[in-house]
Design a protein around this ligand. Structure first.
Ligand SMILES: C[S@@+](CC[C@H](N)C(=O)[O-])C[C@H]1O[C@@H](n2cnc3c(N)ncnc32)[C@H](O)[C@@H]1O
Length: 203
């Protein structure tokens, strides 16, 4: 535990940007991320980026009935493995057969190039929660979102204190919103999950 704390203290500080009132004035605070799904467009073209075993995927399918749902993940680690990918394929086999669910195996940032601009109604980011990855994902996927579309994501929190792991989602999202004039429209208050966020471009 001491080593983890030492490591965290040695890490490079992340950029800190407070969002001004104009970029949070339309925010809705929502009880949890399951309830957030009720606020997101239905029958839409969407992506979940970072899928793991598909637990959130099942909730999205039930609540949002997406027209096309792309599941993007590397499934390349011991924890999130090739076998996990196979179990996701089995779990959503009928939706895959119907063409509703499409699995794309690969790195979040690289996979973005496979999609045309203005393609998604909304996406949900949930990969490694680091500042660098989140910033790259936001920068590349903003072009892939339709006008008025939403980028949502998980882990809008400083870090995981049980694992001694710092996240960078708050910093990346806030910086991105300021640089590109996006606003925070959703924030969840989960007590047994880390919070989720939702942002969209200011017209
Ligand atoms: C926390 S899990 C996702 C959980 C899932 N969204 C849920 O709520 O049930 C993170 C997933 O992101 C994947 N991942 C991590 N970094 C990635 C990256 N750069 N590109 C694609 N997938 C990544 C991991 O393989 C893992 O399956």
């Amino acid at each position: 535990m001491y080593d983890r704390r030492k490591r965290m203290l040695q890490e490079k500080p992340l950029p800190k940007h407070s969002l001004p009132h104009s970029q949070i004035k339309n925010i809705q605070v929502i009880v949890n991320r399951l309830a957030l799904l009720a606020f997101l467009p239905k029958n839409a073209v969407i992506a979940e980026i970072g899928v793991a075993q598909g637990d959130f995927t099942a909730q999205v399918l039930n609540t949002c009935q997406p027209k096309k749902y792309f599941l993007i993940d590397t499934w390349s680690t011991q924890r999130y493995s090739e076998e996990m990918k196979e179990s996701v394929k089995k779990r959503f086999n009928s939706q895959i057969q119907q063409g509703q669910v499409i699995i794309r195996e690969g790195n979040s940032v690289l996979m973005a190039q496979d999609f045309p601009d203005c393609f998604f109604d909304w996406i949900y980011l949930d990969t490694d929660h680091s500042y660098c990855t989140t910033k790259k994902e936001l920068e590349i996927y903003r072009h892939k979102i339709k006008k008025g579309g939403i980028i949502a994501g998980h882990d809008f929190i400083q870090g995981n204190w049980l694992k001694g792991k710092r996240y960078g989602v708050i910093e990346a999202v806030s910086e991105f919103c300021i640089q590109h004039n996006w606003e925070m429209i959703y924030l969840t208050m989960d007590y047994n999950e880390f919070p989720s966020f939702g942002i969209r471009a200011i017209e």
